[in-house]
Design a protein around this ligand. Structure first.
Ligand code: AMP
Ligand code: ZN
Length: 463
């Protein structure tokens, strides 16, 4: 392969050439949403960034040679609390939230399992749900207890952190330092304050499943074991890339590594660990707990998904992004310009090398976008579309985009045509006041009118 993908690996702290375990089957896992509430625009960042990585891997290795698993966490304290608060069942809450999540990310141009999977072939995109993998989790937990890496205490199963001397290797927190710094007020059943929950008792009314051997009462899994069990089942005990937000490095990913490596006795869980930076508002992480969030749906009320997607990808995935109105406005102008250049041109067969090369450098989206600007300013319509398509942008022609905008805006096309005819007649009669009234009525409908050199009048819905 002429082009070599290089990725920054949190595990080694360096940018490395990516060499899949099996180039015939490249495997990537990303931690997905906990479906208790609508996703905010910060949550959209890993989804969009790793969607771009998935598209790149498909381009480099072939669509049939890549499997992407992005899980859904549908068992969690926050889910139980929210369902109780709303007086609905847990399944109603998780199904409803997941359906909303699917609508949100589809509108952001994110590939979905149905877009890429082919009946009768190996899955290319899997979206495993935690509650469908309880048996796999229990089996892993029991194996960890058997091998002395976990223990049963007070209805819980805990991972015995000091049993794994390399614990802390991903987050670069040496075990002895963590032990020295550990706080004393910990649950009395923990042997070490660093030990974390693999399984816990369920409170009355909470979902529960038969517990691992040694615990008669039913219970439920901890969060970390979910991803170890689902990634092993769908991608194997060792796979190529594990991705997620930077906040997940510790403890979530560190704990996943400990569980998977100790359970399967492997030197690594995934070879490459990728982490996206935060989306921020005025210098602070956007988060539910800080209350400084806007949902994806709210943003999509004001902005097309494509504008949001380009705004997200303008910044390199490892850098923080400041989410601003100005950023969105700028992306909107860029897309208008690109659509004007692209027009209704067909998509070039080959993606321009310079775009792929930029993305091969640890997904250098700012550099790749500069290449798109260059193609745009050179008027290379078909190449611009091909390059933008790799980004999940400019999938439509300009005409289709305009029609979509008209449909989405709900404007009354017949009323617009009537006003344009009225304006034309007024202008012919030099009745400027009537002509202005017609134009004002159009503006009030969000319609921009353009008089062309050839004497025709065209209109667009301003967004
Ligand atoms: P949470 O809603 O906190 O469980 O996060 C779900 C996913 O979104 C995780 O991969 C987080 O790392 C990611 N995430 C949450 N907030 C942000 C943010 N402000 N910027 C970027 N990623 C985020
Ligand atoms: Zn995870």
């Amino acid at each position: 392969m002429a082009l070599m993908l290089r990725l920054y690996n949190t595990l080694t702290g360096a940018k490395e050439s990516f060499a899949p375990i099996d180039p015939e089957h490249v495997r990537i896992y990303a931690c997905g949403p906990t479906v208790y509430d609508a996703a905010h625009i910060g949550n959209a960042r890993p989804i969009i960034v790793f969607d771009l990585l998935f598209r790149m891997l498909r381009h480099l290795y072939g669509a049939a040679h890549v499997t992407y698993a992005r899980n859904v966490t549908d068992v969690d304290d926050k889910i139980n609390a929210r369902a109780a608060e709303r007086g609905i069942t847990i399944r109603e809450l998780t199904d409803g939230t997941l359906a909303q999540f699917h609508r949100d990310v589809r509108d952001l141009g994110v590939l979905m399992p149905d877009d890429v999977n082919v009946a009768g072939e190996r899955p290319r995109f899997i979206e495993p749900r935690a509650t469908d993998h309880i048996a796999e989790m229990v089996a892993m937990i029991e194996a960890l207890v058997r091998s002395g890496h976990a223990y049963v205490a007070a209805g819980h199963v805990l991972f015995d952190v000091p049993s794994m001397p390399e614990y802390g290797g991903l987050s670069k927190r040496p075990l002895d330092e963590m032990e020295a710094g550990a706080r004393v007020e910990v649950a009395p059943y923990k042997r070490s304050p660093l030990d974390f929950v693999l399984w816990k008792p369920s409170k009355p009314g909470e979902p529960s499943w038969p517990s691992p051997a040694g615990i008669p009462e039913p219970g439920r899994p901890g969060w970390h074991i979910e991803c170890s069990a689902m990634s092993a089942k769908h991608l194997g005990q060792t796979f190529d890339i594990h991705a997620g937000g930077i906040d997940l490095i510790f403890p979530h990913h560190e704990n996943e590594v400990a569980q998977s490596r100790c359970c399967f006795d492997t030197p690594v869980m995934a070879n490459v660990w990728l982490h996206n930076g935060f989306l921020q508002v005025e210098g602070e992480k956007m988060s539910k707990s800080l209350g400084n969030f806007v949902t994806i749906r709210d943003v999509l009320k004001d902005w097309p998904g494509e504008v949001v997607r380009l705004t997200m990808l303008k910044t390199h995935y490892r850098q923080p992004i400041d989410w601003t109105l100005r950023g969105l406005e700028e992306s909107s102008r860029v897309l208008d310009r690109w659509y004007n250049v692209a027009g209704d041109a067909p998509v070039a067969r080959d993606i321009p090398d310079a775009v792929v090369e930029a993305l091969c450098d640890d997904l250098n989206t700012p550099a790749a976008i500069n290449e798109l600007h260059r193609l745009g300013s050179e008027g290379q319509s078909a190449a611009l579309r091909a390059g933008a398509n790799l980004f999940g942008l400019l999938a439509r022609t300009r005409s289709d985009r305009e029609q979509d905008a008209v449909a989405a805006s709900g404007v009354d096309v017949a009323a617009i045509d009537a006003l344009i005819a009225e304006r034309r007649a007024a202008r012919a009669a030099k009745d400027w006041a009537a002509s202005d009234r017609a134009r004002d009525a159009l503006t009030a409908m969000g319609v921009a009118v353009k008089d062309n050199k050839d004497g025709t009048t065209t209109w667009t819905v301003a967004r």
